[in-house]
Write a new protein. Structure first.
Lengths: 470, 419
């Protein structure tokens, strides 16, 4: 049984590895360890996977051209993660938009800094990067504001689907024998020198190794299990605005600013769903869960987008959201094995987790092997193909027997919704259903489909759309 | 891919599309296909369960669903082919449409196409409202389809944002469903709908707060509270379990935006001439897509009036309208106007069919008084002293073709009255 539903009791058997957290890193970790032959259980405190830092990001697959220098954990994991995604995405039916990026310089000071970024890119093995003058930038991106001075072109930067990718990693783990328990909060744990005994909201669990992939709660899980943490999470909120699909044709590539010490800055980037995204902001905050948006910041993002792409001012906003990045006081990732305690913490995966996750998982597994742990990799592993909801398609609305379109803005069919609700890793909330199918995520935000959805999802979620019947 | 053809395809089965279909069928066009993406035709009135609808069309007071049913059955009785659950996904040149149905995609080629996709309310996200994103935040449209079509309630004590006609419709829907709104707020100093409407919330025991704006929405799973800035500028919290964003209608013109047709940025709909013809003369448009938002009765009448032009166009009789004069507008007080193009006939082309629009329809950004005029290089062609109200149409009659025939350029001017 790959997933233990809320009514199932969890097994008392001994797992090779328990992974705490099902964000993008936890999902990739589960996949790697499962494919290498380990028995894996993933525990997640929320009702759905990808419910923390991983639920909101800019969906860029980074080459690592501007990553910290070679030798850093982040650089190595980014480069490996990038490569592995390119290797496996087609087999898992995951989309990839190889649109490239331009780092735009708007002043001569910024233009002067492009050379340093170019050197960094080459040092990081991104050899295709090159500097464009203003004329070349505008011929490639005619909608960019004509006060642009120069740009660094990075061909390999791409856009992926931030939800279906980690979903597919976990699905592949489950299809190959891993287990998942949602609504399962870690309460404590003891290591007796041989195995871990974890106390959770769903009872006692046993494992030889524990891997902390708890993202925004990584330092707290460290304290809970090993009573120390070499980092402290400093939640950093990022707000985004999503522009209408009508704006998509304004842009071919990802537009990045010349970065500062603190943040990669605000990007304008296409999405795989045919929209344009502007964000994120970078706001330090105490809360690890408050993903509220703030009108002033949203207006500033709209304004910023309009300065970068003046024609954007004629287009409307479809959605706004915010995510929280698990930054810490350190610049690099904090991935550490405590081999004498059979414990690993994958912490402070600040903003590149989506790109680096597969690389992080391999990195952790290599270190695990180095401490003499041996499994036999699966010889005949399953490669599930996930349902395609990205724009290039093919999409279900083009196929026969789709049950009809329910969400007209995003062209989501009844069959897609029913499959998501009844399939493996079924969503535990409307938000989860939205991530899996994109229902209600279009320009009308549920004006037309809420009623239908109310009926279709009845009995599926702990928090239903309707509170009463008439 | 399955391919079929027809003489006229109408996209959207609301009041304007259904009226147009019926009128074309009555005029003897026997191959009219109406494409409706919902399971039933009728448009927005279909999920607006209260009265009054139908006074002008059927000379009696009907509920929204009953009105919608009558419009649809009348169009069908007269010979329109009604295809429901058929979503048009692309409109192309030479009258090529792509549609998606339960059977997958197919292609439909029509001699003439009329786009009647209506309008929708501006949801929370596009209003850039602060706060969390819990369950219980809906538009009036979503609320009404939940309540009237599916008999389900998304909340029991919501806040209503807005004071347009549709906001009062939201209030009536709440009353019907036993939902008790905690307040109705609008950032303007007076109710946007007609003044007397302000009595309705009072009668129903709902607080009406004017000059008050929504500052933030709170709640993790569901809405628990909102922050409002009141008329004095003070912040106040209001406990509630939902928010209804009502009104602030925008054109539902996604198909047009993704197509080869010229768009009018101000109205959000396609640029049309006085017949409702788009920049590609195989395409027409009518209804609320062109002028968000008007009543069902207005859209119904416009649909019927658009039929004559479509009919004439099928027979090639609009070809005589060769000269297209663009109407320009530089007044910042004017939010939008339509039609944006006047097509002028040859002097000796004989009789031409009646236009769908014999006036310019103008919307203002604010409540204003002044003189509205259509001018050419020699001065005023048509003018009116008007009192404009937010969200309400102002009509300026179009001058006769003989007067326009000498004009080189047209502009719409507004001179506010100095108080």
């Amino acid at each position: 049984m790959p997933e233990y539903s809320c009514s199932d009791s969890l097994p008392g058997s001994l797992f090779d590895v328990i992974i705490v957290g099902s964000g993008v890193v936890g999902c990739a970790m589960a996949r790697r360890f499962t494919l290498e032959g380990a028995s894996v259980l993933v525990i997640e405190k929320a009702a759905d996977i990808l419910d923390g830092a991983s639920k909101a990001n800019s969906a860029i697959l980074h080459t690592g051209f501007d990553a910290p220098p070679p030798g850093s954990q982040e650089h190595g994991c980014l480069a490996d993660g990038y490569r592995e995604y390119l290797d496996i995405h087609a087999r898992l039916n995951l989309p990839l938009l190889e649109c490239g990026a331009l780092v735009l310089a708007w002043s001569s000071e910024e233009a002067d800094r492009l050379d340093g970024i170019l050197q960094n890119a080459r040092r990081n093995g991104v050899t295709s990067a090159r500097i464009l003058d203003a004329r070349q930038v505008l011929s490639r991106e005619p909608a960019v504001g004509d006060s642009v001075v120069a740009a660094l072109e990075v061909a390999g930067e791409s856009v992926i689907d931030p939800w279906s990718a980690p979903y597919a990693y976990l699905l592949q783990a489950l299809d190959n024998g891993a287990s998942l328990a949602r609504n399962c909060e870690l309460l404590g744990g003891d290591f007796d020198g041989v195995e871990w005994s974890l106390q959770t909201s769903r009872g006692q669990l046993r494992a030889r190794q524990v891997i902390n992939c708890a993202g925004l709660y990584g330092d707290l899980v460290n304290q809970l299990l090993i009573a120390e943490s070499n980092f402290e999470i400093r939640p950093r909120k990022g707000q985004f605005v999503v522009f209408d699909k009508s704006a998509r044709s304004l842009l071919n590539s990802i537009l990045l600013p010349v970065p500062t010490e603190i943040t990669k800055g605000i990007v304008v980037c296409p999405t795989l769903f045919g929209n344009l995204l502007v964000g994120p902001t970078a706001e330090e905050q105490q809360s690890r869960s408050d993903t509220g948006v703030e009108a002033n910041e949203l207006h500033a993002l709209v304004e910023r987008g309009g300065r970068i792409l003046p024609a954007l001012r004629r287009h409307t906003v479809t959605a706004t959201y915010a995510g929280i990045r698990p930054a810490s006081e350190h610049k690099d990732y904090q991935i550490q094995w405590y081999s004498e305690r059979n414990y690993c913490c994958v912490g402070a995966i600040r903003s590149t987790g989506l790109s680096a996750a597969l690389g992080i998982a391999s990195y952790v597994y290599r270190q695990y092997q180095d401490s003499e742990h041996r499994h036999v990799p699966l010889s005949n592993c399953q490669w599930p193909r996930v349902a395609q909801v990205a724009d290039p398609g093919p999409r279900d609305w083009q196929q026969p027997d789709n049950g009809g379109i329910v969400c007209h803005c995003e062209l989501v069919t009844r069959r897609e919704i029913e499959n998501a609700l009844s399939g493996p890793l079924a969503p535990g909330s409307l938000a989860g259903l939205k991530r899996r199918t994109r229902v209600t995520m279009g320009r009308c935000q549920g004006f037309y489909c809420s009623a239908e959805l109310c009926e279709l999802t009845e009995g599926c979620f702990e928090q239903p759309l309707a509170v009463a019947k008439k | 891919m399955k391919t079929s053809s027809c003489r006229v395809a109408i996209i959207g089965g609301g009041p304007s599309g259904l009226a147009l279909a019926a009128e074309l069928a009555r005029g003897g066009i026997d191959d009219v296909v109406l494409l409706e993406r919902e399971a039933n035709a009728g448009g927005i009135p279909r999920h607006c369960g209260h009265s009054p609808f139908g006074l002008r069309e059927f000379h009696r007071i009907l509920s929204g669903p009953e009105y919608a049913r009558r419009l649809a059955s009348r169009a069908q009785r007269l010979g329109t082919r009604l295809r429901t659950a058929a979503t048009v996904t692309e409109i192309g040149q030479q009258g090529n449409l792509t549609l998606s149905t339960v059977a997958g995609i197919e292609s439909l080629i029509a001699e003439k196409i009329v786009i009647c996709t209506g309008n929708r309310e501006t949801p929370r996200a596009a209003r850039l409202v602060s706060g969390s994103r819990p369950l219980g935040i809906v538009t009036t449209g979503a609320l009404q389809s939940m309540v009237y079509l599916k008999h389900r309630l998304p909340f029991t004590r919501p806040l209503i944002v807005g004071s347009e006609l549709v906001s009062f419709s939201a209030l009536l829907t709440c009353r019907h469903a036993g939902i008790k709104p905690v307040a109705m707020i609008d950032s303007h100093a007076r109710v946007i709908a007609w003044r007397g409407a302000a009595l309705l919330p009072r009668l129903l025991g709902t607080r009406l707060l004017l000059n008050a704006s929504l500052q933030a929405i709170h709640g993790e799973e569901r809405v628990t509270e909102v922050t409002i800035r009141d008329a004095r500028g003070d912040l106040m919290s209001l406990e509630c379990d939902g928010v209804i964003f009502s009104g602030n209608f925008v054109s539902e013109s996604s198909l047009v935006r993704a197509s080869h047709l010229e768009l009018d940025a101000a109205s959000g709909g396609p640029r049309v001439d006085q017949y409702g013809r788009c920049s590609d003369e195989d395409y027409f448009a009518c209804g609320n897509m062109l002028h968000p938002v008007d009543t069902a009765a207005w859209c119904w009448a416009e649909g019927a009036h658009t039929a004559a032009g479509v009919h004439a166009s099928l027979a090639g009789r609009l070809n005589a309208l060769q000269r297209r004069l663009q109407v320009n507008c530089g007044s910042p007080a004017i939010r939008y106007f339509m039609p944006q193009v006047i097509a002028l006939p040859h002097p000796d082309c004989g009789t031409i069919p009646p236009a769908a629009h014999d006036s310019l329809q103008v919307r203002f950004n604010d409540n204003l008084s002044g003189r509205l005029a259509l001018c050419d290089e020699n001065g005023e062609l048509s003018a009116r002293n008007i009192r404009a109200r937010r969200e309400r149409r102002v009509l300026l009659p179009l001058p006769a073709y003989e007067r326009l025939s000498r004009s080189q350029s047209l502009s719409l001017e507004f001179q506010p009255t100095q108080d």
